[in-house]
Design a protein. Structure first.
Length: 360
């Protein structure tokens, strides 16, 4: 049995909790919440970090530090030598890469995030049209943490806006899946605001092209199930039709014709009419059947234009190669890469307008 002295010692240790164990005190570490990378001279990289700074009077501000090095780890070491407390990455929310840097490839920098056990897989990634450093140093966000603002901006537009779901995890999955290339949000500093301007499209880890906000409506429907969104259509005679998507679903079918794959994209969309403005300034009822046909034709043309753009840049964000590989055991990646730019794509859009307003 445990003697009286041993029991007392055990009780003291128990009541003292974790005081004998090494711990990190929250207010004695600097928690990195945002990082950004730009190209610098002599093949170096300019790295920028953002972390909150808490003061004794309980006020807080945002600290932004910059260093130049050959790798993200070297940049981190340099910055760690000039901060009051050690830098930690457990609260990282966003990682930004300039478009110029993304054209060179960002795999090494994304891989570093993936290998850090303190960093979660849901960190938001984005490409900056401009420099990440300039965006993260915006004076407007000196007190309002720019990292949190960016995270919430992207999250909100992925939930209720036009952006498809993306994060560190999805980027890595697309990067290493045979027959698919990644895509990330494209953002830009415009005056005193940060604006989403489209979607950056990659060939493996290199930025090759982008699609505009106008085309995000259809792109998101092609890569995300049950997505909502709002889109204006100008049809014949300049009549304006504004539709809100309730849900959508894209199906991809592949068949072999003369030894080559051909794809048919079936896109089904349920919508409701939000606005109808005929060009003729007179009262006019909404001809549902007529306008459904016109919008379907526009969407089909839109899809083909986007896919043609992807093929031109040898990028496959829709994952056509992966879908081809799923159905055919004889899939050959090298042959597919040669065939992809000239693969035939057929599109069939089935649009349903389930609500046209109080007066039909």
């Amino acid at each position: 049995m445990m003697n009286r002295s041993a029991f007392c010692l055990f009780l003291i240790l128990l009541l003292s909790g974790c005081s004998f164990l090494p711990t990190d005190i929250v207010n004695e570490i600097d928690m990195i919440q945002g990082v950004g990378y730009d190209l610098a001279e002599k093949k170096n990289i300019k790295g920028t970090i953002v972390f909150p700074s808490f003061k004794k009077d309980k006020t807080s501000s945002t600290e932004v530090r910059t260093a130049i090095g050959e790798s993200s780890k070297e940049i981190r070491t340099i910055l760690n030598n000039e901060t009051r407390y050690p830098l930690e990455s457990g609260q990282l929310r966003v990682a930004l890469y300039s478009k110029k840097m993304a054209k060179k490839g960002i795999n090494d920098f994304v891989d570093t995030l993936n290998r850090d056990p303190a960093i979660g897989s849901l960190v938001q990634l984005a490409i900056v049209d401009g420099t990440a450093n300039e965006l993260l140093k915006m004076k407007k966000y000196k007190n309002e943490n720019v990292s949190i603002h960016l995270q919430e901006l992207l999250k909100q537009n992925m939930t209720t806006g036009l952006l498809p779901q993306t994060n560190l995890q999805s980027f890595l999955f697309q990067l290493f899946q045979t027959g698919q290339d990644p895509y990330l949000p494209l953002i830009k500093k415009e005056n005193d605001n940060i604006r989403i301007t489209g979607m950056a499209i990659f060939k493996y880890d290199q930025y090759v092209t982008s699609i505009s906000m106008k085309d995000l409506y259809i792109f998101t429907a092609l890569v995300d199930k049950n997505r909502t969104g709002l889109r204006q259509f100008i049809v014949e005679n300049h009549d304006k039709v504004v539709l809100e998507t309730i849900d959508s679903k894209a199906k991809y079918k592949v068949k072999i014709v003369h030894g080559k794959p051909e794809f048919t994209i079936h896109l089904k969309m349920r919508t409701k009419l939000q606005e109808f403005a005929p060009s003729a300034k007179k009262r006019q009822s909404f001809d549902k059947k007529k306008y459904i046909k016109k919008v379907e034709q526009q969407l089909e043309k839109n899809v083909l234009t986007i896919v043609s753009q992807f093929q031109k840049h040898h990028a496959d964000p829709l994952g056509l190669g992966a879908k081809y590989k799923e159905h055919y055991r004889d899939f050959n990646e090298k042959q597919w890469n040669q065939d992809y730019p000239n693969v035939k794509i057929h599109v069939n859009v089935n649009l349903e307008i389930v609500q046209t307003g109080s007066v039909d």
